[in-house]
Write a protein that binds this ligand. Structure first.
Ligand code: BG6
Length: 494
């Protein structure tokens, strides 16, 4: 089950070690794991980059990134003794020989038992070639385990994802491939499963008899920043929906697994994703809304429109917002809409799930049209982390009138300081060979199929962009998506 081993010797090779992800997330997470003694002394980390750097140069860069991101830097110098730099051209097969030599040397020096973890924090076009050369150079012929950790995007549609997968499978087995979806490393996303399956009170209600709809939102205040080049070819549908949003839907919709073993949980998620109704073109038009941000004012600052961002085409049709209504065709969920919504340059940074329950069978409290408030279960994922239950109770006045009350659990400020980063969770899982919180190929296949149908329909006609102001809740059509079913987005609720 989930008891994790802290003493796993390993050589961790990070491709793209001078990049943003490595500096902001990977090195601080590895250091924190080391500091917590979740990584032991039998660990060596090779940072791979194209630049000419000495070990000392690299170490001082990594050190200052860690100092920037981690408050307590006790044992930092000791940790740095485990970090090495290797200049390497990933497209040059010959240069893998010297990487092999360094790897073997460190293996002996740190007593790593031949365990190797390769982390590809690189542009996706290099994923396939690195994986091929790791094998042809002999780096994957090792006495210990070999694992490949790969960042998103995994393909840009089903066909390209299939090609990439085939290429990776020439060097690694499915169980050796760890496809990152960093949302699965977030504590409160992992909590969805625990809340559902460790409490007797939710599971009996978790179906179409009692739930009227489920809403999943991930909104950002930030715009596309300096990632215009990448984002133009991806957009919100491929950047957020295909992975993070559908992963959260799968966790909310899946059946209870027979155990917490990775394969049992993933089997249930795959089943849930396979039950997503594939959309016909007409349904895409009806049930999916795309948007692109216009200029606006956020926190008192004027911000540019998407089409005015760096490396974005002046007439770009890339969506920065997607809202959609999903239908899950199975016994549990028939008739319950799952609404998803994600966008950049929105009013607030919020990752949240709202489960709205159906009305009580008969309203005893109001003879007029006044309705009781809906019961809601709110799962706050970020930036607030916690859970709240919205109920009706008696108002403190003569006679019987109701008022909404809230039972809340929020992580305290103290807990929050210790909240582990998603990457730390995922790196630890990967070292332990626990693939539960990584995306299986079968999950990817279903999510790409679903997203491809939307993209194909969208390719048929040009959207009228921009269609939402920066700092708003997205285009009006996103509200209409729910109001036409008699619902509304539960904004500003905690
Ligand atoms: C990434 C996307 O996967 O997730 C980004 O590529 C997005 O565009 C980010 O900003 C959001 O992550 P989080 O954890 O801040 O919600």
């Amino acid at each position: 089950m989930n008891t994790k081993n802290k003493d796993i010797p390993c050589l961790i090779t990070i491709f793209g070690a001078t990049g943003d992800l490595s500096h902001r997330k990977l090195f601080p997470s590895l250091f924190h794991l080391y500091q917590q003694e979740n990584l032991n002394e039998q660990v060596a980390i090779i940072g791979i980059g194209r630049r000419e750097l000495t070990n000392d140069d690299f170490r001082s860069q990594v050190k200052s990134s860690i100092q920037e991101h981690v408050k307590d830097t006790k044992h930092l110098d000791k940790f740095m003794e485990h970090v090495f730099y290797h200049k390497h051209d990933v497209s040059d097969e010959a240069s893998y020989q010297s990487l092999l030599e360094v790897s073997n040397k460190l293996d002996t020096e740190f007593n790593l038992n031949g365990n190797r973890l390769f982390y590809l924090a690189m542009a996706p076009k290099f994923f396939g070639v690195i994986s091929d050369y790791l094998k042809s150079s002999g780096l994957t012929e090792t006495t210990g385990f070999k694992r490949l950790v790969i960042e998103k995007p995994f393909g840009s549609d089903l066909a390209s994802a299939e090609d990439l997968n085939e290429q990776l499978r020439r060097s690694f087995k499915e169980e050796e491939i760890y496809r990152i979806d960093h949302y699965l490393g977030k504590d409160m996303v992992q909590n969805i499963e625990v809340l559902r399956f460790a409490n007797a009170m939710f599971e009996p209600l978790w179906n179409n008899k009692y739930i009227s709809n489920i809403q999943v939102t991930s909104s950002e205040v930030l715009g596309v920043e300096d990632r215009g080049g990448y984002y133009e070819s991806s957009g919100a549908l491929k950047d957020m929906v295909q992975n993070h949003m559908l992963q959260m839907v799968a966790l909310l919709a899946m059946e209870a697994p027979i155990s917490l073993h990775s394969e049992d949980i993933r089997a249930e998620k795959v089943k849930a994703l396979k039950s997503l109704r594939k959309l016909e073109p007409e349904e895409v038009r009806q049930n999916f809304v795309r948007g692109q941000y216009d200029e606006g004012v956020i926190q008192g600052q004027k911000v540019p429109k998407y089409r005015g961002e760096d490396r974005v085409a002046e007439n770009s049709t890339t969506p920065t917002f997607v809202a959609g209504k999903l239908t899950i065709d199975n016994f549990r969920w028939a008739g319950v809409p799952f609404y998803i919504r994600t966008g950049k340059r929105m009013k607030s940074k919020t990752i949240q799930v709202v489960v709205e329950f159906k009305e009580v069978p008969m309203n005893l409290y109001y003879e007029t049209d006044k309705k009781l408030d809906s019961n809601l279960l709110v799962i706050n994922i970020q930036p607030n982390e916690g859970v709240s239950l919205h109920l009706n109770a008696k108002k403190n006045v003569q006679g019987i009138e109701t008022e909404p009350v809230q039972l809340s659990y929020a992580m305290s400020a103290q807990d929050k300081m210790n909240t582990v980063d998603a990457y730390e969770n995922l790196l630890f899982d990967c070292l332990n060979g626990d693939a539960t919180n990584f995306t299986h190929w079968e999950e990817l296949k279903s999510t790409w199929k679903f997203v491809d149908a939307i993209q194909e329909e969208w390719n048929q006609n040009e959207p009228e962009f921009p269609n939402y102001e920066s700092g708003s809740n997205g285009p009006l059509d996103s509200d209409l998506l729910l109001s036409r079913d008699g619902f509304k987005w539960w904004d500003d609720i905690h």
